[in-house]
Ligand binder design. Structure first.
Ligand SMILES: [Ca+2]
Length: 204
């Protein structure tokens, strides 16, 4: 494994040097200067082109080797792992926006479940009856929008008849019992579950 680590480190060094060499000797301005006087500089340019042409495929293959040696690490202490994600409960009951901000401060996002299985997992982390999720009323679309980080969630977890509050209940919550979602006022105080990917770890 040490040899693999050395080869990855060597690859990084070569790529840095190659990039530096390419930047220095392949700028259009320099090339114009070289064209005026056919000097050693133009030979450098030609050598660089050949260097990149023949060695870049090898770099790509070696990079793939390095990438394939990465894998899932461990969740931080106190965070629970489920699949490729880590989960942690916010510190105290707080408003929807404060709960979302706490998750952000922990380099994570406020969880919105993608399935009933994930819903049950989230509810299993707390004993409360309600739990904030990252659903918020979109004024432009005039409907609730639920996100998992940057991605809009397609899973529909709404209780029958919900969401019904429109702009007066712009924040989403899970209701224990049914495990379904309701829209509610944002100034109520609940917990939320923060979610972040399991950190990658390079196996050297
Ligand atoms: Ca409602």
């Amino acid at each position: 494994m040490a040899n693999h680590a050395q080869s990855c480190a060597y690859l990084v060094q070569v790529c840095v040097v190659t990039t530096w060499y390419g930047i220095i000797y392949q700028t259009p301005v320099d090339y114009m200067e070289w064209s005026k006087n056919y000097t050693m500089a133009s030979q450098h340019f030609l050598m660089t082109k050949m260097f990149l042409l023949y060695l870049m495929p090898a770099f790509a293959q070696a990079s793939q080797s390095c990438v394939s040696s990465t894998g899932a690490g461990k969740c931080p202490n106190t965070w629970r792992q489920r699949g490729d994600n880590c989960y942690e409960v916010t510190s105290t009951d707080k408003s929807w926006s404060e709960a979302k901000e706490e998750c952000k401060q922990m380099s994570s996002v406020m969880s919105t479940p993608n399935s009933m299985n994930e819903t049950l997992f989230l509810l299993g982390m707390v004993s409360t009856d309600r739990l904030w999720i990252d659903c918020y009323y979109n004024d432009n679309q005039q409907e609730m929008e639920c996100k998992d980080g940057m991605r809009v969630i397609q899973y529909n977890g709404w209780e029958p008849g919900e969401p019904n509050g429109h702009s007066t209940e712009p924040c989403g919550e899970i209701v224990r019992g049914s495990g379904k979602w309701n829209d509610n006022r944002c100034d109520l105080s609940y917990l939320a579950i923060c979610k972040r990917p399991v950190p990658a770890m390079l196996h050297l």
